[in-house]
Design a protein around this ligand. Structure first.
Ligand code: GLC
Length: 544
């Protein structure tokens, strides 16, 4: 099932990839949760937007304890979202529109409802079924203490105790995330074989690639040191590269340019680049760029570091401003502290949404002008902000409970609110008129001005900016491949050239500046001054 009109095998080197969070994109059956039929109906919107590929967050059969990142069956679609036949149809129709499809694979952990885990619980201590996971007796006189002190990423201990069939407390099992997400033992050959079969299952159905969830966490130190403040017993261990080398062989055995994209949260850029060595993952998300403050010096340092490290391993850089795990960019850039840390949010602090939106527009042009591929998270193109005022009882992210219901760090629901498509009031076309339920998270009333319908024909809208930039990015030869060269610019201004005739200028300072290079404006993120000067928080694409 090749993608017509997109034969290049290295499409992923410069693609614009749109992230769909299925439960919040579009709801066709009216139950308040998005579904595949909803996506199918909106494919023309995505084609018109000018993207090259879609990455779907998990659509697999799941009890939804972590919004689908607890996968019970890697080969079935959750009935909440649709059927396997619909997923196949979606891949076919996307391909017919020239759009590739990347699916999520969640190898570090599974669901406590996965048949292997249920069998492990039933089979009891010492059984071969338990060896596919990390079961251990507890410490203390009665095994009442967890085997190690490790904390889970969502808060609380990374171990939960089981109950034996006779009702007495039994062994503990490891889960780096929620208790409903037991970690696999990747030293076990059956685990490795099973995932290669899962990759083939979706490649056989036309998937163009995988986004690899929690990619650095798979391998654990079998000694399980009790204290591990540095997380080195389970993060970024050498053997994980062996796994990705074998996955790469699977991907390369298929035609059409299939890719592996890693979700690797590591602060250290040198370690990040190791995942991109020849024969391993094709690309990884650039979280240092996402986390960086809106600051010219800091951004330039991240950009330079990124390009240097990727060059060394011959891999393309990626650029990402938001996803389903982080506060939306309009909100981040509207705060006094514009940097971001995934496990330490600052909800409730003042946000200037107008300022954030102006910066997010400039950031969109900066991001899309950089060499490599770009990701955009659904709703970014509509300028949506983080919804901080979700009522406590409606919050669904397991982080909310596990981090002790902390209003300043409430989890990730605020970036997962269903998209507004049309109309003056909720559900804003997310669900059909005869829907039987409200959207699974409430949409702010102010989103009436941010629907697709409201922005569609407004040349000054965020949607129009994204659409113009994505199309220009495709059409301009200078924006494919190649590197960037920095141009002389005043303090607080980023200016660089791509090729001979394209330049991007971003003013992150607090005063208007003259254009650092003469040229014709191709695109601007906001109005220029009377004499053509670039106001603060404004970016330009220029033909020079
Ligand atoms: C990744 C996902 C996140 C999920 C976690 C556990 O970080 O992006 O949404 O909760 O892994 O699977």
């Amino acid at each position: 099932m090749p993608v017509p009109g997109a034969q290049a095998l290295d499409w992923w080197r410069h693609a614009a990839i749109y992230q769909i969070y299925p439960r919040s994109f579009a709801d066709a059956d009216g139950n308040g949760v998005g579904d595949l039929a909803g996506v199918l109906a909106r494919l023309p919107y995505l084609a018109e937007l000018g993207i090259d590929a879609i990455w779907f967050n998990p659509w697999y059969a799941s009890p939804q304890a972590d919004a689908g990142y607890d996968v019970a069956d890697y080969r079935q679609i959750d009935p909440l979202f649709g059927t396997l036949a619909e997923a196949e149809e979606l891949i076919r129709q996307a391909h017919a529109l020239g759009i590739r499809v990347v699916v999520d694979v969640v190898p570090n952990h599974t669901s406590d409802q996965n048949p292997w885990f249920r069998a492990a619980l039933a089979a009891g201590p010492g059984s071969p079924e338990r060896e596919r996971f990390w079961f251990r007796p507890g410490r203390g006189a009665d095994g009442e203490l967890p085997p190690t002190n490790w904390q889970g990423f969502f808060g609380g201990p990374a171990w939960s105790r089981t109950t034996d069939p006779d009702g007495t407390p039994g062994e503990w099992y490891l889960h780096l995330f929620a208790p409903e997400q037991p970690d696999f033992n990747w030293d076990h050959p059956e685990v490795r074989d099973e995932f290669e079969r899962v990759l083939r299952f979706w490649f056989d159905r036309g998937a163009d690639g995988f986004r690899v969830d929690s990619a650095a966490l798979l391998i654990k130190d079998p000694a399980l040191p009790v204290d591990d403040p540095e997380e080195r017993a389970y993060t970024d261990r050498e053997e994980v590269h062996q796994v990705y080398r074998s996955w790469r062989r699977v991907a390369d055995s298929y035609s059409g340019g299939r890719v592996l994209i890693g979700e690797v949260w590591l602060p250290d850029a040198e370690r990040l680049a190791r995942y991109l060595r020849p024969g391993e993952l094709h690309t990884i998300f650039n979280f240092p760029y996402l986390e960086c403050a809106w600051d010219a010096k800091a951004l330039r340092a991240v950009i330079d570091d990124t390009l240097r490290l990727h060059r060394a391993v011959h891999a393309p850089a990626t650029w990402v401003l938001s996803n389903h795990d982080v506060d939306r960019v309009v909100t981040r850039y509207g705060r006094e502290d514009t940097s971001f840390a995934i496990y330490a949010r600052h909800h409730g602090r003042p946000v200037d949404l107008a300022l954030g939106a102006r910066r997010a527009r400039a950031a969109a042009l900066l991001t899309q002008a950089l060499p490599g591929s770009v990701y955009l998270y659904q709703g970014e193109e509509l300028g949506l902000w983080e919804v901080e005022e979700i009522p406590d009882e409606l919050r669904q992210d397991p982080m909310w409970e596990r981090k002790g219901r902390n209003p300043a760090d409430p989890g990730r629901d605020g970036c997962r609110v269903p998209l507004p498509w049309s109309g003056a009031a909720a559900p804003f076309g997310f669900s059909p008129a005869d829907a039987t339920a409200e959207p699974w998270l409430p949409q702010p009333a102010q989103w009436h001005a941010h629907t697709v319908a409201a922005q569609q024909d407004d040349p000054d809208s965020m949607l129009a900016l994204y659409r113009s930039a994505l199309h220009a990015r495709r059409d301009l030869a200078e924006l494919r491949g190649g590197e960037l060269s920095w141009l002389e610019a005043p303090a607080g201004v980023l200016a660089f050239r791509r090729g001979e005739s394209f330049a991007c200028v971003v003013n992150l300072s607090d005063r208007a500046v003259e254009l650092p290079v003469p040229g014709t404006v191709l695109l601007a993120s906001g109005p220029l001054g009377a004499a053509g000067e670039v106001p603060p928080d404004t970016a330009l694409w220029l033909q020079v």
